[in-house]
Design a protein around this ligand. Structure first.
Ligand code: KIV
Ligand code: ZN
Length: 510
């Protein structure tokens, strides 16, 4: 009999703490719906005290999701706990997740609290949260660098106060797998009432060891893994869900565990997260990277043709990678589009479908084969960005060897059309100058990358930009068959995200 590992997804909370990854409520709702389809057990929807936007997103998600547990993060103070509760109470299956640091460094330098004060705050906050919900998790922030015996005291006291889950985070990604497993065993042995709670782990990837540490902890006795899709998160990120789940799934003889994750939904979820946040997945990323199932060397290609098991330890279909990605063409109808989008994880309303169908027909006129990546881009641009302040209405550029590059642009700013023009070193520079002028932005362009969305000379161009204004960073993404239009769309998307972030400053938890 395999033991169940609880998958606690924190893409919407810790994942959103990746620089520039902020999502608006509509984007979070869509991702939350996909998480339900993916089969996560607990979804940490946000940190309601961090901003009104976080509160609103957590409340809406809690009200909508029916199958999975929705958690909200908070510090130990009453106001934070009340906000977390008021946001998650809309879910019948809710969890309040309280965190407080327990390492000497954090207690002395950051919290300016003594051990006894930390212990009291932890216990009191759990007791209070327990008056609101039956389901409370306590996390000892920087747990892996805390004094072991103090950690066990805090765990014992918070379990006695009613915590159902005790989380041991490697907040700064400092642990080494063997050492982390030893710590888990130590905690299990020296926390007398540990059998009354689930032990969870939450690892960061600063040394590239988050997945290894999480798996080592599971082997040592942890039964909840806190993870994110694509491993996104603060600094070098969090433990990647797809890696942990597929390690367990692929090595059943080694790992006698199971999860509720529908592995076929891993790749679609990964795509949804990367297109929503603008954070690209590195091509060689395990499980979901573009090259994860690509065989380059002739010997490998031959082997795979003879028998895929020679070089593939997992089937691409198992993670939801559709080997036959060719999808629709200009003769495809609304039903085919609807069905295919549904398979990809987008369940659109009739109005949304109309909107995407129109864009699909326009694209199919320019491009013979419309692929999954193209459809994702259409949905992202057509549906998920409906609250944008700035919209591109018109773009004309002239450039060449004998003319000074020039761009004329019409934008809708809060639905009001404005037009302008700009010169530059090249057509993209000219378009960016015109857009900057019209929007009045002070942002700095930190990064500009361009790639092809699919293969073929008719592929759509995909542009990502990173912008910074007053210390706030935002990513922008744009796709179009025309690379200059894609660049303008990416810039405008980045500016919209900056606007959103100004209204909804990023979360403040680690
Ligand atoms: O990394 C961390 O310690 C956290 C806690 C809030 C669980 O994210
Ligand atoms: Zn974290």
């Amino acid at each position: 009999m395999s033991e169940e590992i609880i998958i606690f997804d924190t893409t919407l909370r810790d994942g959103e703490q990746s620089p520039g990854a902020s999502m608006n409520t509509a984007e979070k709702m869509r991702l939350a719906g996909q998480m339900e389809k993916l089969g996560v057990d607990v979804l940490e929807a946000g940190f309601p005290a961090a901003s009104e936007g976080d509160f609103e997103a957590v409340s809406e998600i809690a009200g909508k999701l029916k199958k999975i547990q929705v958690a909200a993060l908070c510090r130990t103070n009453k106001n934070d706990i009340d906000l977390a509760w008021n946001a998650v109470k809309h879910s019948a299956n809710n969890r309040i997740h309280i965190f407080l640091a327990t390492s000497e460094l954090h207690m002395a330098e950051k919290l300016k609290m003594t051990r006894e004060q930390v212990l009291t705050a932890a216990v009191e906050s759990v007791k209070y949260a327990k008056t609101l919900t039956a389901n409370v998790e306590f996390s000892a922030e920087d747990g892996s660098r805390s004094d072991r015996d103090f950690l066990c005291r805090v765990f014992e006291a918070t379990i006695a106060a009613g915590a159902n889950t005790i989380n041991l985070p490697d907040t700064v990604g400092y642990s080494i797998p063997f050492e982390f497993a030893e710590l888990v065993k130590y905690v299990m042995k020296h926390t007398p009432n540990m059998n009354k709670a689930i032990l969870s782990v939450h690892c960061h990837n600063d040394l590239g060891l988050a997945t290894a540490n999480t798996l080592a902890a599971i082997e040592a006795g942890a039964r909840q893994a806190e993870v994110t899709i694509n491993g996104i998160g603060e600094r070098a990120g969090n433990t990647s869900m797809e890696e942990v789940v597929m390690a367990i799934h692929t090595r059943p003889n080694y790992f006698p565990y199971s999860t509720h994750i529908v592995t076929e939904q891993l790749y679609p979820t990964s795509r949804l997260v990367s297109t929503t946040t603008g954070i690209m997945v590195q091509p060689n990323k395990a499980i979901v990277g573009a090259n994860a199932f690509a065989h380059e060397a002739g010997i490998h290609q031959h082997g795979v043709l003879v028998n895929p098991m020679t070089y593939e330890i997992m089937k691409p279909e198992t993670v939801g990678l559709n080997a036959n990605k060719l999808v629709l063409g200009k003769h495809s109808g609304r039903h085919a589009l609807h069905d295919h989008l549904k398979e990809m994880g987008y369940d659109l309303s009739p109005g949304e479908l109309n909107n995407v169908f129109k864009k699909f027909k326009d694209l199919a006129d320019k491009k013979k084969h419309v692929m999954d990546e193209d459809l994702e881009a259409l949905v992202q641009e057509g549906i998920l960005r409906t609250t944008d302040v700035f919209k591109l209405e018109y773009l004309h550029v002239s450039s060449g060897t004998t003319v000074m590059p020039m761009a004329s642009v019409v934008l809708a700013i809060n639905e009001r059309p404005v037009k302008g023009a700009g010169y530059g070193n090249g057509p993209i520079d000219a378009a960016y100058n015109a857009i900057a002028d019209l929007t009045g932005t002070d942002s700095e362009l930190l990064r500009f990358t361009v790639s092809a969305l699919t293969g073929g000379t008719d592929a759509q161009g995909e542009v990502t930009v990173r912008l910074r204004e007053n210390g706030i960073t935002a990513l922008g993404r744009g796709t179009d068959a025309d690379i200059i239009t894609a660049s303008a769309k990416a810039y405008i998307n980045g500016l919209n995200r900056l606007e959103y972030l100004k209204q909804h400053p990023p979360s403040i938890a680690s």
